[in-house]
Design a protein around this ligand. Structure first.
Ligand code: PMP
Length: 424
């Protein structure tokens, strides 16, 4: 495959963008990130005209694939042509808020922002403002965006910034615990219960190889947070409007969080985030409450239209059936290949999420450490060395999740399974 144009673009990018990219993980594709020219259904075409089956799907926002159906496209175009934004309220943000409130029972009110990071930052501030407490519990291997309170590693006894530039004073208020570990959570509540503003968790870890919750884990988090007057925040930036359809992953795990953060799909491919939950809580945001929260672009009309039309299209068409079926076929096919050729690996995922994890013992990971201990280095060789050349685009590393869209076809699944068979 020829990558001349991508190489030249990368050279230019390196002299004006740090690392040649605008987001940390994008440079991981080897030998250099390929620059995308355009999307097409379930495919992307790179700057040299090479075509790939695309399982990255924008890192999650593109539930419908790259070709947006007509009502979604024309609504976006109309909003953009009327003037992109105003800094004042418009009807479409009320429409999208009503749609989310109608479909997600835990959400009575919602504030739209511009990214998942902004959503989790604001949710943490809200939890602290509402409870008058400072500490938050997060999961090792969870990801809540590039923000000071969650770029924290280590454990609850020794939390430390995971990035330069994050003050230790922030990390001290963050208590990382392993996912699925009820005992660890019990211990931090025994020690810090009166200081814990919230437990912030992904219903399914989606940025660390896909790790599923064990039965009862989220029920347990619900109980212990209630007992101690702390909030339970589900970060559904990835799982929202993906797992469990329009009811989101919380409908699947059967637990009602106090607050939910959204992103990705709810903006239909445009920059978005949102914080939803019980009215009494969301009302804590200014101007109705004392927790300051604001943004020039928040509730952007083009984004709101794209999100609303995307979700409405999913409600009226068999989008979740289609992506779920293809997801099942991929996961089943991959499980057969793995059982045959690499029984030490595991296949994870649900609905439209899937991933092969290079575990060493064939045991599905139960927390971040299990994924970290996998043969993560193989990714480079197997996938950048082989799958990409077969025209199959997978996520940048062992940790990021892969997504099925409405634009994918049976043939995409078959080709992908063939390529995995060869590569593994
Ligand atoms: N939370 C979760 C669960 C995420 O997966 C992500 C992004 N992958 C974020 C928060 C941050 O969202 P954004 O990249 O839009 O800031």
């Amino acid at each position: 495959m020829n990558h001349e144009n991508s190489r030249e673009l990368y050279d230019r990018a390196l002299s004006v963008l740090p690392g040649g990219v605008n987001s940390a993980v994008r440079a991981a594709i080897e030998p250099y990130p390929f620059f995308v020219q355009k999307g097409d259904g379930g495919h992307v075409v790179d700057a040299d005209g090479n075509r790939y089956v695309d399982w990255v799907m924008g890192l999650g926002p593109l539930l419908l694939g790259h070709d947006l159906p007509q009502p979604v496209q024309s609504s976006i175009q109309q909003k953009a042509s009327e003037g992109p934004m105003y800094g004042m309220p418009t009807e479409v943000e009320v429409d999208l808020a009503e749609f989310v409130v109608r479909h997600v029972p835990s959400v009575e009110k919602i504030r739209f922002v511009n990214s998942g990071t902004e959503a989790t930052t604001s949710a943490v501030r809200l939890a602290r403002g509402y409870t008058g407490r400072n500490k938050i519990v997060i999961n090792q291997g969870g990801y809540h965006g590039a923000q000071e309170s969650t770029l924290v590693e280590g454990d609850a006894d020794n939390p430390a910034p995971s990035s330069a530039g994050v003050p230790q004073a922030f990390a001290e208020h963050t208590l990382p615990v392993p996912f699925n570990d009820q005992e660890a959570v019990t211990e931090v509540f025994e020690e810090h219960g009166d200081d814990i503003a919230a437990v912030l968790t992904e219903p399914i870890l989606g940025n660390y190889g896909i790790v599923h919750p064990e039965d009862g884990y989220h029920d347990f988090l619900r109980e212990i947070t209630e007992e101690h007057g702390s909030l339970l925040i589900f970060d559904e930036v990835i799982t929202g409007f993906r797992v469990g359809g329009l009811g989101c992953a919380q409908s699947e795990v059967g637990v009602t969080p106090d607050l939910t953060t959204f992103g990705k799909i709810v903006g239909g491919g445009f920059p978005v985030g949102a914080i939803g939950g019980r009215a009494e809580l969301v009302e804590q945001f200014a101007p109705s409450g004392p927790v300051f929260q604001a943004g020039t672009f928040s509730g952007h009309p083009v984004t709101m239209a794209a999100g609303l039309e995307t979700l409405q299209f999913a409600a009226e068409n068999d989008v979740y059936g289609h992506v779920g079926d293809l997801g099942d076929r991929l996961r089943d096919g991959l499980a057969d290949i793995v059982a045959d050729q690499a029984p030490e690996y595991t296949v994870a995922g649900t609905d439209s999420m899937f991933k092969v994890i290079f575990t060493r013992d064939g045991e599905a990971p139960t927390n971040g450490a299990d994924v970290k201990n996998a043969e993560t280095d193989r990714w480079r060789r197997v996938f950048w060395g082989q799958m990409k050349d077969e025209g199959i685009l997978l996520s940048q590393n062992q940790f990021e999740c892969q997504f099925v869209s409405y634009g994918h076809t049976d043939e995409d699944v078959e080709r992908t399974l063939e390529a995995y068979k060869e590569a593994l």
